[in-house]
Design a protein around this ligand. Structure first.
Ligand code: GDP
Length: 408
């Protein structure tokens, strides 16, 4: 069976141990390219240093940026259960932009905090961004536990401070794990000398994370992309959630027309019986009711709500600002409608996270919590549930902003 891939991002204040942790994860899961460890060992020896795991990461990142093609889907490490892709978070502007436009959207995050230094400025900023984006799968690791001699008391105090801070910005971390990235304690291997911590290692905890792609449990949502009138009318699209089955009773949104799936055709293949979330497929409906691009074909038993007003978080990337109530095109999956920002709840400068006093327009590189009003009702979902229906772009002649839906 193909392993599940999951995209994670590791964030934290500078020097709290991000590179060391990534190097450690790769090393301890035997995921390093051949010869890499010897190369780094020789380098550290010549500097009179013990092996620096952070150098492994730095060296690999360097190779990646020098490469002709930057492969953002490269697997960094794997376990029996999953393959992990680490998303680069070079600066917060890029990070927010990538996350929101879906260019390289992390599905889970690890927030790293130095055991001695505690919460610092970038810890706050990164955590704030994760919260703003609505990312739900977050693990906190308290690193460099060796420096505080694995003190349970110090760990508990810091864990309490972190929890309070995170709860204030609406983040509920899945776990807080004491680790030493440099020594490898509780990253992949346990440290049996530490008796007071019986929770999972970071890797065990990561393996429990869910990849956001699989939305097979939910009710069916099929996004219509194109209609082909061949010998029969084939409706091409993508299963955004649930499982498409031959014989399913469906409703076509927004018209609410009812229909039955007569057959499912996968391109260049014979007729198939089912197609699960994430798959592109062509369907034929009994009695060929009229269907348009942008329609959502959904399970009749559990219809998603149509909304024309919702809360979202947007990131503006255009020189011309967007003013409140100005009309702009919104594209979400295959749906397209004119919309406007009814209200700017708060506008932030994405590099300083300073909140703007005036809430009339959004300028280049600003991020905002907004209420959007669309001309036509559309099917939307929280982006942690159905990703393609939880994010959108705003367009004039070209893309001006990316957004994620935070609440209906
Ligand atoms: P980054 O800026 O967050 O990527 O931090 P680095 O991974 O470069 O680590 C910063 C410094 O902390 C380096 O000198 C590391 O060797 C050191 N460091 C990282 N993890 C640990 C740890 O678990 N224990 C100790 N004692 N030092 C660590």
């Amino acid at each position: 069976m193909q392993k599940k891939k999951i995209k994670i991002v590791i964030v934290g204040h500078v020097d709290h141990g991000k590179s060391t942790l990534i190097g450690r994860l790769m090393h301890d899961t035997d995921s390093l390219p051949e010869g890499k460890i010897d190369e780094i060992k020789t380098m550290c020896d010549s500097m009179g240093k013990e092996l620096q795991y952070g150098f492994i990461t730095d060296s690999l990142m360097e190779e990646r940026t020098q490469g002709i093609t930057i492969d953002t889907t490269r697997i960094f490490f794997k376990t029996d259960k999953k393959e992990y892709i680490i998303i680069d978070a070079p600066g917060h502007v890029e990070f927010v932009k990538n996350m929101i436009t879906g260019a390289s959207q992390a599905e889970a995050a690890v927030l790293i905090v130095d055991a001695k230094e505690g919460i610092q400025e970038q810890t706050k900023r990164h955590a704030y961004i994760l919260g703003m984006l609505g990312l739900e799968q977050i693990i906190v690791v308290i690193n460099k536990m060796d420096i505080i001699k694995f003190s349970q008391k110090k760990f508990n105090n810091l864990a309490k401070d972190i929890t309070t801070f995170l709860n204030n910005i609406n983040i509920k971390p899945t776990l807080i794990i004491p680790i030493s990235a440099q020594n490898g304690d509780f990253v992949v291997k346990r440290n049996n000398k530490i008796k007071w911590y019986s929770g999972p290692t970071l890797l065990e905890a990561l393996d429990l994370f869910k990849a956001l792609e699989e939305n097979q449990d939910g009710p069916l949502i099929f996004a219509v992309q194109d209609i082909y009138n061949w010998d029969k009318k084939i409706i091409a699209g993508r299963v955004e959630a649930g499982i498409l089955k031959k014989g399913d009773k469906v409703s076509i949104l927004p018209s609410n027309k009812k229909a039955v799936i007569q057959s499912i055709e996968e391109f260049n293949k014979k007729t198939i019986i089912t197609a699960e979330a994430g798959k592109a497929a062509g369907i034929v409906l009994k009695n060929s009711p009229s269907v348009d691009r942008g329609d959502m074909i959904c399970s009749q038993d559990d219809l998603p709500e149509l909304s024309d007003e919702f809360k979202a978080h947007i990131f503006w990337m255009h020189n011309e600002p967007l003013t409140k109530n100005e009309k702009i095109i919104l594209k979400c999956s295959t749906q397209e409608t004119v919309c406007k920002i009814k209200k700017f709840i708060r506008i932030l400068d994405s590099s300083t996270l300073e909140e703007k006093k005036k809430k009339e327009k959004i300028k280049n590189r600003e991020a905002a919590d907004v209420i959007i009003k669309t001309d036509k009702p559309i099917v939307i979902k929280n982006f942690n549930k159905v990703r393609e229906l939880g994010r959108f772009i705003l367009e004039r002649l070209n893309t001006c902003a990316g957004g994620v839906i935070t609440k209906k």
